[in-house]
Design a protein around this ligand. Sequence first.
Ligand SMILES: Cc1cc2nc3c(=O)[nH]c(=O)nc-3n(C[C@H](O)[C@H](O)[C@H](O)COP(=O)(O)OP(=O)(O)OC[C@H]3O[C@@H](n4cnc5c(N)ncnc54)[C@H](O)[C@@H]3O)c2cc1C
Length: 546
Amino acid sequence: MKWWGWGDEQIAFTHEDKPSLRPFMLRHLQVDIAQSQSTPIAFEASAVPEPRVDAALRARVEAIAPVSVDPMDRVVHARGKSLRDLVRTRGGDLGRVPDLVVRPGSEAELSALLGAALDADAVVIPFGAGSNISGSLEAPVDEARTVISVDMGRLDRVLSIDPVARLAEIQAGAAGPRIEEQLNAAGWTLGHFPDSFTHSTLGGWIATRSSGMQSDKYGDIAELTRGLRVVAPSGTLVVRPLPSTSTGPSVREMILGSEGRLGLISTATVQVHRLPAQRVILGYLFPTWAEGLAAMRDIAASEARPSVTRVSDAEETAFSFATRKHQTAVDKLQSKALTTFLERRKGYDVSAMCLAFIGYEGSERHVRAQRRLVGRITGRHGGICIGTGPGALYDQKKFDTPYIRDFLLDRGMLADVSETAAPWSRLADVYAAATGAARDTFRSLGVPGYVMCHLSHSYHSGACLYFTFAMTPSGRRAPLDEYAAVKSAIQQSFVDSGATLSHHHAVGTEHAEWLEQDISAPGVAMLRALFDGIDPGENLNPGKIA
Ligand SMILES: Cc1cc2nc3c(=O)[nH]c(=O)nc-3n(C[C@H](O)[C@H](O)[C@H](O)COP(=O)(O)OP(=O)(O)OC[C@H]3O[C@@H](n4cnc5c(N)ncnc54)[C@H](O)[C@@H]3O)c2cc1C
């Protein structure tokens, strides 16, 4: 992982093969993306503080597991990848860098490490792959105690698969590709594919209540996770992998979303599925956002069970078209013919149309039947299917899209996301409130800005709305202050309109301000009592959630 940005050093987003992107960005963000304006400072120029650790603790930890005090290693482990994290790190503001990075290789080593840290009153921060975007990893800037980042990366094995119960026990430090590679070899899949799949881990997913793009079929990580082993201050907590249980308030649910505040998740037993015989993602167009939303709601209420349901608003659709690669003469003819067909025969206003992806998985017969069921519903909402091409492209490129944020930062723009969930009956209002809040704030700051949204992750009673916004700072104030004004306005609009502060990005420090409005003051008091009871010395990832 880059210390200053997302993903692999060798991969970068480029506009050069996307001819429509430059005019699009010029029009909406008033930036010529052909010119790069800013680069991260050289690593050597950033002042990494010396580790603060006494010799006795260091020697005890070194006797348990490999320890690193390498400056780059410590900086990579200092924070996640939120926009605020990237802007500060790129500018040389490194925050409270951990003193030690430790890499345990077994549950016994995790226990010994936690014991040593607690005896020395040190801070322990579990580190999956550092991809969170909610400020879930950073130690408080004034933390005077030794800070130990526990890198879970060596714990990356699938330990066992129970083919009868369709459960697999997996070590928590395994990243997405390692999990799928081991499960696929035995004919299974976990089916959890967040956009950060390549650089995030099972333990991180559980500790942040993550959701993957195929959650409509497989469930969010909260549903996939049945059993847990957690190294906690009072010993190893064991949640047995039961399909359901009536044992009082759910301890399993307490660990889900706990962001390292209750202990170190060592392994999880998760639901797995046989690899599907067929997997198809089809593209659809809808005449308006309202029709797209209604179609997704009707699909959720029907007998259809697609693996992916996702519809973009007109702004995100326009952005998707602007990132299309060079088109051949035949492509151009086809898209002209499609536009003419949509306008003349279907009565579309193409500037309002919305692009959707719906995925199907299973046997050929199942996929065929599902497509028919969904086709009837989309048809009722003026939708037309545009085939497998756009869906296949989306599927191929989805793990590359995250690189665009660094590309925009290099050109002086700020881009981020805010996502939420709400009941179907409130989604249109939540959408209007959030996009309105973003645009009002762009206007009051006097900055060019763009906000766009898609619906994904459908449930019985509602769905997730995922907003992406980009802005060009005015230069009159600190860029992060202008960014914070937009981000806060969107987050506030969520809780004001009956939606949650986050559907799958967790609370961390970024969203903690809205927790009480979301879960009520007694709800926050209950969480605080839990954290205080389990970790009275505030040694476990202090300052997160509540
Ligand atoms: C470009 C991009 C795209 C993203 N797309 C998605 C998406 O599609 N869906 C989604 O849900 N999220 C997404 N995220 C957010 C992020 O990937 C998730 O929050 C992810 O679950 C974090 O996993 P991680 O292993 O990187 O955890 P980290 O960032 O390392 O840690 C996150 C939190 O979990 C705790 N933790 C980690 N491992 C353990 C453990 N073993 N035991 C106890 N606590 C632990 C940490 O202490 C921290 O509080 C995205 C982020 C980026 C930057």
